[in-house]
Design a protein around this ligand. Structure first.
Ligand SMILES: [Ca+2]
Ligand SMILES: [Ca+2]
Length: 114
């Protein structure tokens, strides 16, 4: 597996704050769609190669053995938190860069539905 790379068709996706997201989907081509009803738009990005860490933390935040919408809701609630802030939960920091951000979302999205 190569390093984490992604291509965003809509550059605003890179700045998307997931607390504004109402839903998202990943299709069989590896495209991610994020619906932001409040902002009345759908963002699209394409995944190429994503390295999923074989060790903890796992994208299965709820620990039920599935990566599904429940996990997404938990993740969305933590999005944007930084390691220096109180309440930071390292289980959401999938790429372990001490911040819960877009890189973590890409790893999560790749695991979604597995
Ligand atoms: Ca789960
Ligand atoms: Ca991170």
């Amino acid at each position: 597996m190569g390093p984490l790379t992604y291509f965003a068709n809509d550059t605003s996706l890179q700045d998307a704050y997931l607390n504004a997201a109402d839903d998202f989907a990943v299709d069989s081509e590896g495209n991610i769609y994020i619906a932001e009803k409040g902002l009345n738009r759908v963002l699209k990005a394409q995944l190429s190669t994503v390295t999923i860490p074989s060790t903890e933390p796992s994208p299965d935040f709820s620990g039920d053995g599935k990566v599904d919408f429940t996990d997404f809701l938990e993740f969305a609630g933590e999005f944007g938190n930084k390691g220096s802030e109180p309440g930071f939960d390292t289980k959401f920091d999938l790429d372990q860069d001490n911040e819960i951000g877009f890189g973590d979302f890409l790893i999560f999205a790749q695991a979604f539905g597995t």
